[in-house]
Write a protein that binds this ligand. Structure first.
Ligand code: MN9
Length: 290
């Protein structure tokens, strides 16, 4: 199997009671997921609370995950940030550490022009030795690139694919068809089945942290042509995600991992801790579905 296909959890960050990164729990999470057959990990993405981490913490996580994984799985370093220079500096670290690729969300907040965003990606691709996976998540970044924008960027050999977190499946299918040698990853876990149909080679997602086996299973069933089987698993996944959306996705994911025997702690402020009622609701609705 191509190393850029399959199921990639976008890792969460466990925090200690003092609010520091809990290395031991991150190591346990990685082992737990490797056992389930994941292809690799997406490191320092939004799910890892990258934009809530201090620079030293982000660097620590790149190092720690590589140290834990070695060459057992494929590792993507999300280096995205608002500043091109800062993204490139994370890219250099990922290269030194032996990551397989870097990935970057479009620069956000300042409403950069499409030209500036393309230039940002080109400067990263030029400066960083590793291949680059674009991260498309318009609902969060506020940046909506068109098919033509992606097509122009993907002409660059250094840009090897897209992590595609959008419900625009029309554009996803057009991209997969136009660039059969690039790698496309489904982003919204709730539409993994749709992504497979449109042509993605895998997925990168946050809910994989605690239920990667369901996505590994969906991809296997899809390969065997068992579409009814894929739909059935997606239905269970979506019942779980609907519950997570009611309480807060990342806080809920951490709470579920805690119920499964981990110690992840809360998300960083301004995320609020989950209430007792929300935890009980998750325990009642989600645990029976895992
Ligand atoms: O890109 C993730 N997106 C974010 C992937 O975390 C912003 C997804 O895995 C979602 O968390 C998940 C739930 O909506 O699909």
């Amino acid at each position: 199997m191509n190393k850029h296909t399959g199921v990639f959890p976008a890792l969460l960050t466990p925090f200690t009671a003092e609010g520091r990164i809990n290395d031991k729990e991150l190591e346990r999470l990685i082992a737990y997921n490797i056992k389930k057959g994941v292809a690799g990990f997406y490191v320092n993405g939004s799910t890892q609370e990258a934009f809530l981490l201090r620079e030293e913490e982000r660097r620590h996580i790149y190092r720690l995950v590589k140290e834990i994984c070695g060459d057992r799985v494929t590792l993507y370093a999300h280096i995205g940030c608002v500043s091109t220079e800062e993204a490139i500096s994370y890219g250099h670290l990922a290269t030194e550490l032996g990551y397989d690729a870097v990935s970057a969300v479009a620069p956000f907040y300042y409403k950069f022009s499409v030209g500036e965003i393309k230039q940002h990606y080109r400067m990263i691709a030029k400066a960083v030795e590793l291949p680059l996976i674009l991260y498309n998540i318009p609902a969060f970044s506020g940046v909506s690139l068109t098919f033509d924008d992606f097509a122009e960027l993907l002409e660059d050999d250094k840009m090897i694919g897209v992590k595609y977190t959008s419900a625009d499946h029309f554009m996803l299918q057009r991209l997969c068809a136009a660039f059969p040698h690039k790698c496309f990853f489904n982003g919204y876990d709730e539409t993994f089945a749709a992504g497979l149909i449109m042509g993605v080679g895998g997925g990168i997602g946050s809910t994989y942290n605690f239920m990667a086996e369901k996505f590994v299973d969906m991809q296997a069933k899809f390969k065997q042509g068992d579409i009814a089987g894929v739909q059935a698993v997606q239905d269970v996944v979506n019942r779980i995600i609907a519950a997570l959306c009611r309480v807060g996705v990342m806080q809920g994911e951490k709470a579920l991992l805690d119920m499964l025997g981990f110690d992840f702690g809360p998300c960083r402020a301004p995320f609020a801790p989950l209430s007792k009622e929300a935890m009980q609701y998750l325990a009642d609705t989600v645990l029976p579905l895992l």
